[in-house]
Design a protein around this ligand. Sequence first.
Ligand SMILES: [Ca+2]
Length: 133
Amino acid sequence: MSLACSFSFDLDGPLEAEIIDVEARNGWNNTHVEVEAGDLLTITYVFGRWSPWSGEVFDAIGSGGDPRCRCNVIDGVSHAALIGRIGDNEPFLVGERYHHSIGESGILYLGINDVDLNDNSGYLQVKVEVAEN
Ligand SMILES: [Ca+2]
């Protein structure tokens, strides 16, 4: 029996991967990851808990609750969920995993779906991977 030893990984381009802490108190955390339109962006929740108010903690899915609450950055999305934004473009839900080809170029920001940051605490650790097209 012989094993073929010529693996050929035909990736579309270099893969950049970073582990980033997203602080609940910071609003939009600058990941310093720059993406370009057409890149395949993958954001994966690794671990951590954060709190949008004292007394309760959540992960990247957030608290659920009333999605129409005025406390949210993105209406209709779980309060305290992990959200993202590229440059000054419209924010989007990340949750536990985001995996899409993106249509915008700029710096990636990550944050909590919460407009009142003063009573927040904790952080989530996430993995950000960018595959260039
Ligand atoms: Ca809050």
